[in-house]
Structure formats: C-alpha cells, structure tokens
Ligand binder design. Structure first.
Ligand SMILES: *Cc1c(COP(=O)(O)O)cnc(C)c1O
Length: 394
C-alpha cells in the first residue's frame, strides 16, 4: 500500500507509540493530585509543554493543550472575538479557503453580530498581504489566515500578514495544523498572537493538539470545569497523548529540513508526471506549496471514482478534503481558487509522507494515468468534450 493522504492524517511514529504505551502503564496518575504519583504525571505534562513551546519559539506558559486542531481553532477565534466585542470591534478578516473549523466558527460568529470579510485567494491559492492590509478597518479585531492550506498545500505569507496586524494592533491567528513540523513556523518571527496545531498531522496521536496564545491575549473557555491548563481548558489532562504528541513533534521537527528537501524533489517529479495527462491542471502555486502536496484536476471525470480505482491499485489518496468527501458539493477550496464545479469534481489530492520513494511516485503517475484514461472511456462529459458539444476548460 502507498499511503499518499498525509494531509488527512499521518501514521503515528514509533517514538510516539512508545511514549504513549509506556505512559499509559506508568503515568496514569492525575497531575492535579499532590502525592508523588500525581506529581510525576505533572512533570511529564510540563516537560511536554516545554518541548512543544520550543519548536514554535514560544514560552511554555503560552501553550494550552486541546483535543486537536478543531478545538484550538474554535478557542482562538472565539477568544479574539470576545476581546473584540468588549471594545466594540466586531469585524473579522479571513479567507474563503480556510478549514471548516475556522469557517464554521466564523459563520456562528456572524449570527452573533460579527461582520466577516473573506478575502480572495486568487488562482494560485495565495493571499496577498496588501489585500489583508486594505481590508483592515477601525473595528477589525482579528485576522485569521491559515499558514498552509490542507487541500492545495499553498503556503501563505503569514510573516508579512503578521507584521501588518502587529503594526495595527490587531490580533493575528493562524491555523498552522498543516505547517507545524513541515515548514518553519516561529511565533515571534512571524508575529503570531494565536496558533492552532494538531498532533495527528505530524505523526502524533489523534485527539490531541495545542493552542498557542501570546502572553497577554486572554482566552475564553470553550469547556468550563476544573482549573487545568491555567483555568482555560477544563478536564483531566491526557498525559500519554500529550507526551506522545511532544515526542512526535520533536522527532518530525528534527528531520524537517532534510525531509522537506527530499519531498520537494519527489513532489515536483509527481507534478511533472501528472501534467503529462491531457486536460489536467495543478491546483495552487507550483512552488509556494507544502513539500509533500500535489493537487490536480482532471477534466471529464469524478474524483470519487478515481479514488476507488486508485484504492484497488493500493494507493490511498483523497479528493477534496476528508471532511467533505461523502458530500456531493465540490471542495470549497477549489471553488475559492476559481475552479468551476465540473472541473472541481475531478480533483485528486496526493500528500506524500516522509517515507515516500521515487518508485512510489512513478507507480502513482502510471496508475493515475491509467485510471483517468479508463474513467474517461465511459464518461458522458468526456464524450461531449471530445465531440465538441462541450468546450474544454483545462
Ligand atoms: C486537520 C486539520 C484541522 C483539524 O484538526 P483536528 O485535530 O483533526 O481537529 C484543522 N485545520 C487544518 C488546516 C487541518 O488540516
């Protein structure tokens, strides 16, 4: 099997599994308990906080552990909105191609009276800092823009956007779930006030993540209860999960530069190979994208059938994002970069993992070519395109 869906989730690393299993046996104490067994768990928790903070250039006191990226996004945005409301600032800037954890939170805030501006991401899937600047108003309380897109992998100019927000005293949140441990992110150099991350996107366990909130940015609770996580996130801490996340993060981050260089070569080989398929197009900027991300549209086919046939060939890939597959709506990300419905339906995302090889890539190129040709063979849309009844877009 070739697993090329690392943007949906990643395999847990051996270090992460080892840490988790050992701690489930040995560190099951409650970190809030005062006896030694509890305090040992507390020490493990605080070491994990230090490790996570170090990777993003934060102070440990600025890290809150959460149940994952979605919770961190919700809490970051809700917190900034609550702070904005107290100052009468109820305008938020974001983009049309954010993850649903961001978009749906913004939709909920719109119902509560906030005004939301969703910026254009252009055909290359990249937001322009000057357009962020131009959208800022007197009553803007938050700019939330992802560091890297989960479908098309495009990398956003967050450092420039962060600098603009900082100079105007506006909070900047970035959903960095796809970026952390894959490309460099540093909260101080990038002027980030709030950042979300998720363990299962960097070889840690599912159901664990963290929220960075710069000192002085007051958080709003999503979960009320005990005083865990400085009173900002109630519930007995998931020690094995959190320590496992820290182990995965340290390891993936340590190999980041080397893996990125190697994966970029494989990614470009894959892009070049798939571009040979007629009436196909790469989605998103060719260079400013995550090292392992390839996303294509093939005219005249359905992404879902493509996935099933690739599965038969032992290739795990995705069409649109994992969260939207199963629905008939084409990906909101592809629509945001201007793909029309018909074309957006025939999309394929391949996200390579650190263990990918040149042979894997060549096998994927060959298989996708065969499957696309096969599906076009009995596609009514393809027939109309070939007979000239419909015009090719790609
Ligand atoms: C996966 C993902 C999330 C959600 O993270 P979970 O830990 O699965 O809740 C949020 N944002 C982006 C960009 C993602 O890729």
């Amino acid at each position: 099997m070739i697993y090329a869906d690392n943007a949906a989730t990643t395999r847990m690393s051996d270090a992460a599994i080892h840490t988790m299993t050992v701690l489930m046996k040995e560190a099951w104490g409650n970190p809030s308990s005062l006896y030694t067994h509890g305090q040992n768990a507390k020490e493990i928790l605080e070491q994990a906080r230090k490790d996570v903070a170090e990777v993003i250039g934060a102070d440990p006191s600025e890290i809150i552990f959460t149940s994952g990226g979605s919770e961190a996004d919700n809490q970051a945005i809700r917190s900034a909105a609550a702070l904005g409301r107290t100052k009468g600032k109820m305008h938020i800037i974001s983009t049309a191609f954010e993850h649903h954890a961001v978009l749906h939170t913004l939709e909920a805030l719109a119902k509560e009276g906030f005004e939301i501006t969703l910026l254009d991401v252009h055909a290359n899937g990249i937001v322009l800092p000057e357009e962020v600047e131009a959208a800022i108003r007197e009553d803007t309380c938050l700019v939330t823009i992802m560091a890297a897109n989960n479908e098309i992998g495009t990398i956003q100019p967050i450092r420039e956007i962060g600098a603009i927000c900082r100079s105007k005293n506006i909070l900047f949140h970035t959903d960095a779930v796809q970026a952390i441990a894959h490309i460099p992110v540093n909260v101080s150099e990038d002027h980030i006030d709030l950042l979300s991350a998720s363990a299962h996107k960097f070889h840690g366990p599912k159901g664990v993540g963290f929220l960075y909130a710069r000192k002085g940015v007051r958080l709003t609770n999503l979960i009320e209860g005990g005083a865990q996580e400085r009173g900002k996130r109630a519930g007995t801490e998931n020690i094995p999960g959190i320590a496992s996340m820290a182990a995965a993060l340290k390891e993936t981050y340590a190999g980041m530069a080397e893996n990125a260089a190697r994966l970029t070569v494989l990614r470009d080989r894959l892009i070049h190979g798939l571009q040979q398929i007629p009436h196909s197009a790469l989605n998103g900027d060719a260079l400013r994208r995550l090292p392992g991300n390839v996303n294509f549209c093939f005219e005249g086919i359905e992404g879902e059938s493509l996935l099933l046939l690739l599965d038969d060939k032992g290739i795990c890939a995705s069409s649109g994002s994992a969260c939207t597959s199963g629905s008939l709506d084409p990906s909101h990300v592809l629509l945001a970069i201007g793909r029309v419905h018909d074309v957006a339906h025939g999309s394929l995302r391949l996200s390579l993992g650190e263990d990918a090889t040149e042979e894997d890539v060549d096998y994927i190129i060959k298989s996708v070519g065969e499957v696309v040709g096969y599906l076009r063979g009995f596609s009514p849309i393809w027939r109309d395109l070939m007979s000239g009844k419909k015009e090719f877009i790609l």
